[in-house]
Write a protein that binds this ligand. Structure first.
Ligand SMILES: [Zn+2]
Length: 84
């Protein structure tokens, strides 16, 4: 019922953090001597962390919507890692 203005600026902050973090990760991977396989694992872990960060602030990492309005069939964030 309330105006969504304050709400929508929040996601831009989160996305700003995300983009800066992604830049850092990219630089780090460029400089690292990790194998491609290790890099994938590293990026996965980072994405998990970002998903956590978004969820912590009430947003869905996958669609960038407030969790209340998230319509993702499979939420990208689950509690704890899935073990294959
Ligand atoms: Zn979603």
């Amino acid at each position: 019922m309330s105006a969504p203005t304050g709400d929508s600026s929040r996601i831009f902050e989160l996305l700003g953090v995300y983009h800066r973090s992604r830049e850092n990760i990219r630089l780090l991977l460029d400089l690292s001597s990790m194998s491609d396989f290790e890099k994938v694992g590293f990026v996965d872990a980072w994405q998990e962390e970002m998903a956590d960060f978004f969820a912590h602030h009430g947003y869905c990492f996958a669609c960038n919507r407030h969790l209340d309005r998230c319509e993702c069939e499979e939420p990208i964030r689950t509690t704890g890692f899935q073990t294959a």
